[in-house]
Design a binder for this molecule. Structure first.
Ligand SMILES: Nc1ncnc2c1ncn2[C@@H]1O[C@H](COP(=O)(O)OP(=O)(O)O)[C@@H](O)[C@H]1O
Ligand SMILES: [Mg+2]
Length: 267
C-alpha cells in the first residue's frame, strides 16, 4: 500500500501526465522540467574497441518528482547518472538544466552545478574514512566557501534530519552501512539541491534498511520538494517512484506512474 499521497508527490505526478501545463501560477514551477536529456550518446574507447553505451537517451525530470532508473547490470545506468551529474561528459547530445545547456558551462560553472545544484548519492557511500560524519557532511558547504561554523551547523542539522544526529563524531568505519548512507545523504542535502541523483543507493544494504533509506528519500521529496533520480535493481523500491525509465539497448524507455508497463524483470 502506498497510503495517502502528499501534495508535492501528487503535483509531481499530475505534471508527469502528458498534457500542456496550466498557464501561470505556482503549478508552473512544478511542471517545469528541471533537467532534460536530449539524444545523449556516450561511447567508451579502450584501444581499438569502441563500446556504445548510450545511443540517444531522452528523459525529463521535473521538480519534486521521484523517478526510478532500472536496467540490467552493465547497461549504462552509472554512465547516465554521471553525465546528468556532470561528473562526465557525453559523446553527443545535450543536458538542459533549468533550460540552460549544461555542458556549455565553463569548468567552474560545472563545478558549481555539482556542488550546489545537485546532490549525488553512491552505492558505496564514498565517505572519507579519516573524517567524522560531521566533517564528511560539512565538506560541500566548505567548498561553497561557507564558514566552518556555518558548515558545522548545517551539517549537524542535515545529519539530524536523516536520523544520525547522534553519530556526529563517528568515522565511517564505526557506522553501519545504513548509517553511512544516511551520512552520505546528509552530505548530498547540505547545499539544498533541487535534485538528487542516486546510483543504486541501497545496492549494498539489506532489504529492511533499503526500505528505510528509500522511505527517507520519499520523505525528503514530500517535505522539501527535492526531485530524485534513483538507479535501482530493486523492483519493490522502483514501484514506489512516481514513474521511471528502463535503460535498454542504449535508450531510456519510460514506464508510467501506475507501473502498468513496468517490466516484470527489472534486472
Ligand atoms: N570508463 C570506462 N571505460 C570503458 N568502459 C566503461 C567505462 N565505464 C563504464 N564502461 C562500460 O560501459 C558499460 C556500462 O557501464 P555502467 O554505466 O557502469 O553500467 P551499470 O551502471 O548499468 O551497471 C559497461 O559495459 C562498462 O564496462
Ligand atoms: Mg552502475
Amino acid at each position: 500500500m502506498r497510503g495517502p499521497v502528499p501534495p508535492a508527490r501528487q503535483a509531481a505526478r499530475d505534471s508527469a501526465v502528458d498534457r500542456p501545463p496550466p498557464p501561470g501560477g505556482p503549478v508552473m514551477a512544478v511542471a517545469d522540467p528541471l533537467l532534460v536529456a536530449e539524444e545523449l550518446e556516450k561511447e567508451y574507447r579502450t584501444g581499438p574497441e569502441v563500446v556504445r553505451v548510450l545511443r540517444g537517451v531522452n528523459l525529463t525530470l521535473r521538480a519534486g518528482e521521484v523517478v526510478a532508473l532500472v536496467g540490467a547490470s552493465g547497461i549504462g545506468k552509472t554512465t547516465l547518472l554521471y553525465i546528468l551529474g556532470a561528473l562526465d561528459r557525453p559523446t553527443a547530445g545535450r543536458v538542459r538544466f533549468g533550460g540552460e545547456d549544461l555542458f556549455a558551462r565553463s569548468e567552474a560553472g560545472l563545478a558549481r552545478f555539482r556542488r550546489q545544484e545537485i546532490g549525488f548519492v553512491f552505492q558505496f557511500y564514498n565517505l572519507l574514512g579519516e573524517m567524522t560524519a560531521l566533517e564528511n557532511a560539512m565538506l560541500p558547504a566548505l567548498l561553497l566557501r561557507k564558514s566552518a561554523r556555518e558548515a558545522r551547523a548545517l551539517a549537524a542539522e542535515a545529519l539530524q534530519a536523516v536520523g544520525v544526529g547522534d553519530r556526529l563524531g563517528h568515522r565511517p568505519g564505526e557506522l553501519s552501512g545504513g548509517e553511512q548512507q544516511r551520512v552520505a545523504i546528509a552530505r548530498a542535502l547540505i547545499n539544498e539541491p533541487r535534485l538528487i541523483l542516486a546510483d543504486e543507493p541501497t545496492g549494498n544494504l539489506d532489504p529492511k534498511t533499503s526500505e528505510v533509506i528509500y522511505d527517507l528519500f520519499l520523505r525528503l521529496q514530500a517535505e522539501r520538494g527535492i526531485a530524485f533520480l534513483i538507479a535501482t535493481h530493486n523492483q519493490e523500491l522502483a514501484r514506489k517512484a512516481d514513474r521511471g525509465y528502463r535503460l535498454v539497448d542504449g535508450h531510456a524507455r519510460p514506464f508510467d506512474a501506475q507501473f502498468h508497463n513496468l517490466p516484470d524483470q527489472v534486472k
